[in-house]
Ligand binder design. Structure first.
Ligand code: ATP
Length: 216
């Protein structure tokens, strides 16, 4: 394996009585795509939130790009991109304004250049002036991918990126993810319910059930 850029060591998260993630350890090498598979409620989203420094573990720890995810979260967020299950946008703003707004959170980013680059990369440039509220789920998902990539993250976390997309849009997005990993060396950690997707796209597949990693 190349240098590990995502490491989990005995990662555990409890919500009251519920153990959402239990003693999870894994590594993902630089430029690899890891698929995280499991039934509803298995702990996939919780794992992503732990690795992205959104929530702190009950015990254990994770390192992303060599940094602990429970300290220096600000610095962590400069190097990761996060695509959540339900990406929120401002419905009354155009696609372009939405991206400009979110790009503003990153210091030293050439906002105009990056927004144009990723609107074009996701095939949304021609429609950049349209209000996001009028868009289909698939188009919003493309915009969400553009938003996750704006600041050129080295590591991308994607929670069910193709859920709710039609087969053509899902296939196109899978291709984009594969290109990011192979051409730009981006490390991708994605969750999915789709076995074929995991098989096609991922160098490693982790299977989680009731909070426990049962196979890699
Ligand atoms: P899905 O495929 O349905 O998205 P998942 O594998 O992503 O499921 P999680 O959302 O990580 O599963 O949830 C794992 C368990 O932790 C579930 O039992 C869930 O109810 C519980 N859980 C998750 N977040 C919280 C929270 N903030 N408070 C309490 N319980 C939670």
């Amino acid at each position: 394996m190349t240098r590990a850029v995502i490491e989990a060591h005995g990662l555990t998260k409890k919500f009251g009585e519920v153990t959402a993630v239990q003693d999870l350890s894994l590594e993902v090498g630089e430029g690899e795509v890891l698929g995280f598979l499991g039934p509803n409620g298995a702990g996939k989203t919780t794992t992503i939130r732990l690795l992205a420094g959104i929530i702190a573990p009950t015990s254990g720890y994770a390192k992303v790009n060599g940094q602990r995810t429970d300290v220096e979260v600000e610095r962590l967020h400069q190097v990761i991109g996060l695509l959540t299950e339900a990406p929120g946008f401002y419905d009354r703003l155009s696609a372009q304004r939405n991206l400009e707004f979110f790009a503003g959170f990153y210091p030293d980013l050439d906002i105009a250049t990056q927004v144009e680059k990723y609107l074009k990369a996701m095939g949304l440039w021609e429609r950049r002036k349209e209000r996001v509220g009028t868009w289909s789920r698939g188009m919003k998902q493309k915009l969400a991918v553009a938003r996750a990539l704006l600041h050129r993250p080295a590591i991308l976390f994607m929670d069910e990126p193709t859920a709710g997309l039609d087969p053509v849009a899902a296939a196109a997005l899978r291709e984009d993810i594969a290109t990011l990993a192979t051409r730009e060396g981006v490390t991708v950690f994605l969750t999915t319910h789709n076995l074929a997707e995991a098989e096609n796209l991922c160098a490693q597949v982790g299977v989680i059930r009731r909070g426990k990693l049962i196979a890699v």
